[in-house]
Design a protein around this ligand. Structure first.
Ligand code: GLN
Length: 278
């Protein structure tokens, strides 16, 4: 296996920083051998079969195109659960795990929850995992992503009701929720140049970017929806762009949300917002 590790390092050193490379090595070896990260350490002398070498070279070719390792392997970890990911869905991020943790802490166990723009389903599925008595619903405008999300719920043996909804349109349902959460697209197109190629060349554009002249478009629409569909005392949670936390908070205040709170992520950036319907 040490040969394989050296091979990965020499093939990919031009494409990744040392830190990234270390995690890519572990992910590749673990996927190919089935060993956990700790098992890799104690099994360094295992010999790769011809099939394992072929598989490794197949993955390496894909990685050299700049494709994120999560898409190459077809999976990632989020909140300790495994999620299938493909280019129809955003790769779940660690910041979003912090949002899930906050919601779990702040919500009644049997809450009725809606996740808007669910993508891979990561938020909804993780919430159902940590709050088994909750009634969790999740929607997306992308039919492909709904398929991936449904597969992820199955994979994690967990019941979430997924449905199609375009939150930018008007809706005539009378469903009511205790908690609404969203991690909507929030990167203005003008920032595209600062975004790494792994992200902008492979992850779904519609899940990432918003118009420069209206970066809060999804927040405004979702907050409007939340005002009509949250019970009195119901809570709205958002993940936000680090530069737009205060703008978003101000907007929610104007829309009469109460007890507004903004929370930083582990990197110290404003990242999450909570508001309550009076
Ligand atoms: N809710 C999904 C996530 O948090 C998708 C978010 C998105 O596509 N903007 O990863």
């Amino acid at each position: 296996m040490q040969n394989a590790i050296n091979h990965i390092r020499s093939e990919l050193s031009a494409y990744y920083t040392e830190n990234e490379l270390q995690s890519v090595v572990r992910l590749l070896i673990s996927k190919i051998t089935g060993f956990s990260f700790t098992e890799i350490f104690v099994n360094k002398n295992t010999i790769f079969s011809a099939y394992q070498w072929d598989l490794l070279n197949f993955y390496l070719e894909k990685l050299k195109t700049g494709m994120p390792v999560q898409y190459v392997l077809g999976e990632t970890e989020f909140c300790g659960l495994i999620f299938r990911v493909d280019p129809s869905v955003l790769i779940p991020r660690p910041e979003t795990e912090e949002l899930v943790e906050w919601i779990v802490k702040e919500s009644a166990e049997n809450s009725v929850i809606l996740d808007i723009g669910t993508g891979s389903g990561c938020i909804a599925i993780a919430l159902k995992y940590f709050m088994p008595q909750a009634d969790v619903h999740a929607c997306d405008v992308s039919l492909e992503s709904l398929q991936t999300a449904r597969k992820n719920a199955e994979l994690n043996e967990n019941q979430v009701d997924f449905f199609y909804m375009d939150v930018l349109e008007e809706h005539n349902t009378d469903n009511r929720y205790d908690v609404i959460v969203s991690n909507p697209p929030y990167i203005p197109y003008a920032e595209r140049t600062e975004i790494s190629d792994h992200v902008k060349n492979f992850e779904p554009e519609a899940a990432l970017f918003v118009p420069d002249d209206d970066p809060l478009i999804f927040y405004r629409k979702i907050a409007g929806f939340a005002k009509r569909h949250l019970h009195a005392g119901g809570k709205l949670f958002f993940e936000v762009h680090r530069d737009f936390g205060h703008a978003c908070l101000l907007m929610l205040r104007e829309m009469n949300f109460q007890q507004l709170e903004i929370k930083k992520d582990i990197a110290g950036n404003n990242r999450m917002i909570k508001g309550i319907i009076p």
